[in-house]
Design a binder for this molecule. Structure first.
Ligand code: C2E
Ligand code: MG
Ligand code: MG
Ligand code: MG
Length: 292
């Protein structure tokens, strides 16, 4: 307001800090409105088993369908609400919506799993596991073993003991988890040993350069080796070309996702896409055209 003090009598002596604080408060308000006005929407990106060529899962990716600006990417608005209670509310909406879609697809006879990105803040909400159990219980079909939680590697480390315990409780419900953006978060073997995760997702920055950067290729190989040691499976993110898919298959990578297979798509397109997927991509000989 016009007075020189904010809430709690805090004085904004620094106009830049004040401006940033006001911007953040407004941004949080807009995200809150988006949630209330049902402007969030989930897109889904297929995950393919490299050896069988089967589509076995989909990652749910959040978009804000803004009435004027159109689709807004999650990195444009999620960081604004990190460490606010709103983060858990948005996360809760994502989980419940993804479970609805999963139930629909499975009822339609599609044997799919859905991966949901969970922020550390959301996972560490006091009632997260309870809430997850409630959302699962809404559905008559057993969905737990077809849901996977993706936790960003670096966030899981922030509070390793808490993350380990929470993921173990999710697993007790039948819900398994994956370490996302793996390779970017300074994992130690101890971290991996303590975290009850079933999947490592290789960050796309390594996949991107593995064909012409020997170090990135070695890193990808290393992650695949680590996964074997810890009994995890490996998903490569950001697979854009047949040559990348070929190399990943040769290195023993289990599964892949990326725009070379399919870009994230609206939920309504998933069933048709999965049914018509011909599985040619990963085994296409070098130089053959990329599939749409
Ligand atoms: P992520 O979980 O690592 O998701 C993969 C991102 O890579 C997605 O970006 C996806 O669209 C993009 N991508 C997929 N294939 C390719 C490819 O071949 N090449 C390139 N260059 N990019 C590809 P998106 O949808 O913008 O999401 C960005 C990040 O936002 C996600 O990274 C995830 O960390 C976060 N996020 C998305 N949805 C949610 C959500 O519902 N909750 C939370 N907490 N975070 C989310
Ligand atoms: Mg992810
Ligand atoms: Mg990732
Ligand atoms: Mg990422």
């Amino acid at each position: 307001g016009a007075k020189q003090s904010g809430r709690n009598g805090y004085l904004f002596f620094d106009p830049e800090l004040r401006r940033r604080t006001e911007e953040r408060v407004m941004a949080i308000g807009r995200v809150q409105e988006a949630l209330d006005r049902a402007e969030f929407v989930l897109f889904y990106q297929p995950i393919v088993d490299m050896r069988s060529q089967r589509v076995f899962g989909l990652e749910a990716l959040l978009r804000w369908d803004h009435p004027e600006k159109g689709l807004i990417a999650p990195m444009q608005f999620l960081p604004l609400i990190t460490n606010t209670g709103l983060s858990a509310r948005v996360g809760d909406w994502v989980l419940s919506q993804a479970l609805e879609h999963l139930a629909q697809w499975r009822r339609a006879g599609l044997d799919l799993q859905v991966n949901v990105n969970i922020s550390a803040r959301h996972l560490q909400e006091p009632d997260f596991v309870q809430r997850l159990a409630e959302l699962l219980a809404r559905h008559p079909d057993p969905l737990a073993e077809h849901l996977k939680l993706e936790i960003v590697e670096s966030e899981a480390h922030a509070d390793l003991a808490a993350s380990s315990q929470l993921l173990a409780r999710c697993r007790a419900l039948g819900v398994r988890s994956a370490l996302d953006d793996f390779g970017t978060g300074h994992s130690t073997l101890t971290h991996l040993q303590r975290l009850p995760v079933d999947v490592l997702k290789i960050d796309r920055s390594f996949v991107n350069h593995m064909l012409d950067d020997a170090q990135d290729k070695a890193l990808v190989e290393g992650v695949i080796g680590l996964a074997r040691t810890f009994g995890c499976s490996v998903v490569a993110e950001g697979v854009e070309t047949p040559a990348q898919a070929r190399m990943l298959l040769d290195l023993g990578c289990d599964s892949a996702q990326g725009t070379g297979i399919a870009a994230p798509m609206p939920a309504a397109q998933v069933a048709d896409w999965v049914r018509s997927y011909s599985g040619l991509f990963a085994l296409a000989p070098a130089g053959s055209p990329r599939l749409a």
